[in-house]
Design a binder for this molecule. Structure first.
Ligand SMILES: NC(=O)C1=CN([C@@H]2O[C@H](COP(=O)(O)OP(=O)(O)OC[C@H]3O[C@@H](n4cnc5c(N)ncnc54)[C@H](OP(=O)(O)O)[C@@H]3O)[C@@H](O)[C@H]2O)C=CC1
Ligand SMILES: Nc1nc(O)c(N)c(N[C@@H]2O[C@H](COP(=O)(O)O)[C@@H](O)[C@H]2O)n1
Length: 220
């Protein structure tokens, strides 16, 4: 399975503000590129921090892309995936509507009543890891469901973990022309941070998009 990490960051490397609420960094062309990347992916993943902060839908905006998927005998929208150790995803979250299949990765320690609530809301639960979702154990379950390309949209905690576990194949970053600042504002890769054995990236392409730059890296 190919794992493509995509995010939009400010010129100073922030994914959002210190309030951790969503800010618009991409312009129209970049949002369209993201829609196309979603359309070419079998599943789109975020961490529960993003679900709680943004209540994203993670579906396709462009009806023609939905039609093209249906014509390929694929569902109109890619599946949605949340890494959510404690099953904190609200049952009325937009990702749990019936627009697409939604997988929630939980840890063994997740409260049983929360798991039942999410299952009742239509989520497909995958348990991996004792206290925290073990991504290396969880991702193969998507592969078994036919996911060949997984797009990861963030946030910074999840992106760090994917790099830490050596699970990311590609990184696409839109660098917008905004300065956000704030030492506590989320960055592209948060987590514990690396102090050695920093993941190496190979710059494959640079393109001007909107009033910013799209960087495409292969993970070495
Ligand atoms: N500009 C952009 O492109 C994007 C911006 N954002 C922004 O990012 C912010 C949210 O990012 P962030 O707070 O980092 O949250 P994340 O979306 O990265 O979610 C992090 C949470 O996921 C859960 N999780 C479960 N398993 C793992 C694991 N193995 N590794 C890491 N996390 C795991 C953890 O909660 P638990 O322990 O409970 O499981 C963790 O706190 C928001 O402000 C949002 O607006 C988000 C996406 C894209
Ligand atoms: N690519 C991109 N550019 C930005 O400027 C952003 N703020 C984000 N945020 C991500 O998009 C998700 C919202 O998805 P829906 O429109 O609700 O489907 C949000 O949760 C972030 O993951 N992305």
């Amino acid at each position: 399975m190919r794992v493509v990490v995509n995010a939009a960051m400010s010129a100073d490397g922030k994914l959002s503000s210190k309030r951790r609420d969503q800010i618009t960094i991409s312009g129209p062309d970049d949002f369209d590129r993201v829609d196309a990347l979603r359309a070419g992916s079998d599943a789109v993943m975020v961490g529960v921090g993003t679900v709680l902060a943004d209540d994203p839908h993670l579906t396709l905006d462009d009806p023609e892309r939905q039609t093209a998927r249906r014509e390929r005998d694929e569902p109109a929208h890619p599946a949605r995936v949340v890494a959510d150790s404690r099953a904190r995803t609200p049952t009325d979250a937009r990702i749990l509507d019936d627009a697409a299949t939604t997988y929630v990765f939980v840890a063994e320690s997740a409260p049983a009543e929360r798991i039942e609530a999410l299952e009742a809301a239509g989520a497909r639960l995958v348990t991996a890891g004792e206290e925290r979702v073990d991504l290396a154990s969880a991702l193969p379950s998507l592969e078994r469901e036919g996911v060949e390309q997984l797009m990861v949209e963030g946030g910074g905690e999840l992106i760090f973990s994917l790099f830490e576990a050596g699970l990311a194949d590609e990184l696409r970053v839109f660098v917008g022309s905004k300065l956000v600042g704030g030492r506590d504002a989320p960055t592209l890769a948060d987590g514990e941070g690396f102090v050695a054995e920093f993941p190496e990236l190979e710059l494959d392409d640079v393109e001007r998009v909107d009033d910013g730059v799209l960087l495409r890296y292969a993970v070495v």
